[in-house]
Design a binder for this molecule. Structure first.
Ligand code: PHE
Length: 342
């Protein structure tokens, strides 16, 4: 076979191979096969050795022309392939802008948590520290150390759920105060927020689970005036000037003397409205001077130290604040209610 035939042969082979190429990898393989170091063309150029010197320029030119032709066919094919590949990639990445998007719904802080955070801020601003404790609590801390011995009639007001004879679901967060007094030396200045339980039938104003924020201060020379000043400052911080406290005598086994405290009704600013049932006052907490007996039960010498304590019911404050009329709604997790308070 003479060289011209060889060249034409290669050209035909290359052309038909190029027609069948599907992607750039295949094209690259072909390029190596025809133009590479041990490719068909290189072999052809090597065969030049057997061509007579007179023929050489003509044959050389023929090979070069063919080579150039093939090279430009490769370049063209590469261009076509890259267009096709690009289109393919674009098709794969197509974004359907009409498709419904995944929405990520942002939650909100539960109204109880909001009120709890605000009140916490009031008291931490006055130098109180937040202390927490268990909800399943020993009878010892929940009752006994707080001067509520077994079978004492005052326990009736705080009937709860018994896990066994010695463990109850705490009826208030006061056990956290007992625990703290046993662990630390005065001065003590703490607030104890948390969930508490009582064996109450659920209705619009009662729930077997609710929330409290109790406070305790123990130091030398703590008086009822300090208690009153602290609660007044709390009322103003929460509701602004013009809201004052009213103390009414009351009874708690763990405080002596004890008081119920009302705040000026913020809905009517004391004029009397539906929320305060015409009285101008809203009952929000119980408080008193820590009973000396409780101090000694908790390892603090009542001849040196005195203290005051208070317990704020968060649920009622929260309901009043957000205009919620049924306490059960605070615990149902119904989005129709909760989403109003984002
Ligand atoms: N622990 C009381 C209750 O839950 C509230 C309270 C706390 C009263 C501190 C006085 C002093 O009813």
């Amino acid at each position: 076979m003479d060289i011209r035939e060889l060249v034409e042969n290669i050209l035909t082979k290359a052309e038909s191979a190029l027609q069948g190429v599907h992607d750039s990898q295949e094209l690259e393989n072909l390029r190596v096969r025809f133009m590479g170091k041990s490719g068909d063309f290189t072999a052809l150029l090597r065969a030049m050795g057997s061509v007579s010197p007179e023929e050489r320029p003509r044959v050389g030119q023929m090979i070069n022309t063919a080579r150039a032709a093939i090279q430009s066919r490769f370049i063209e094919t590469a261009r076509q392939l890259s267009l096709i590949e690009r289109e393919h990639a674009l098709a794969l990445e197509t974004l359907d802008v009409t498709e419904p998007r995944h929405t990520r719904t942002l939650g909100g802080v539960h109204p109880i948590t909001r009120v709890l955070n605000e009140i916490t801020e009031c008291f931490t601003g006055m130098g109180f520290e937040v202390v927490e404790g268990p909800e399943a609590e020993l009878d010892l801390y929940n009752f006994e150390l707080l001067n509520l011995p077994r079978n004492h009639p005052a326990r009736d007001a705080q009937d709860t759920f018994y896990i066994d004879d010695n463990i109850v679901l705490r009826t208030h967060t006061s056990p956290v105060q007992a625990r703290t007094m046993l662990q630390r030396k005065p001065p003590i200045r703490i607030i104890c927020p948390g969930r508490v339980y009582r064996a109450d039938e659920a209705d619009a104003s009662h729930s077997p689970v609710f929330h409290q924020m109790e406070g305790l201060v123990v130091d030398e020379d703590v008086s009822m005036a300090d208690l009153r000043g602290t609660l007044d400052a709390f009322a103003r911080a929460l509701y602004g000037d013009g809201v004052v406290t009213r103390f009414r005598p009351s009874f708690f086994p763990f405080t002596e003397p004890s008081a119920e405290v009302d705040l000026t009704c913020v809905t009517c600013r004391g004029k009397g409205c539906r929320v305060c049932k015409g009285t101008g006052w809203i009952e929000v907490l119980g408080c008193g001077m820590v009973n000396p007996k409780v101090l000694s039960l908790c390892g603090i010498d009542p001849s040196v130290y005195s203290g005051f304590a208070f317990g704020i019911g968060l649920d009622r404050l929260c309901m009043q604040r957000f205009g919620i009329h049924d306490v059960r709604q605070l615990f149902e997790g119904d989005m129709r209610l909760l989403s109003q308070f984002r």
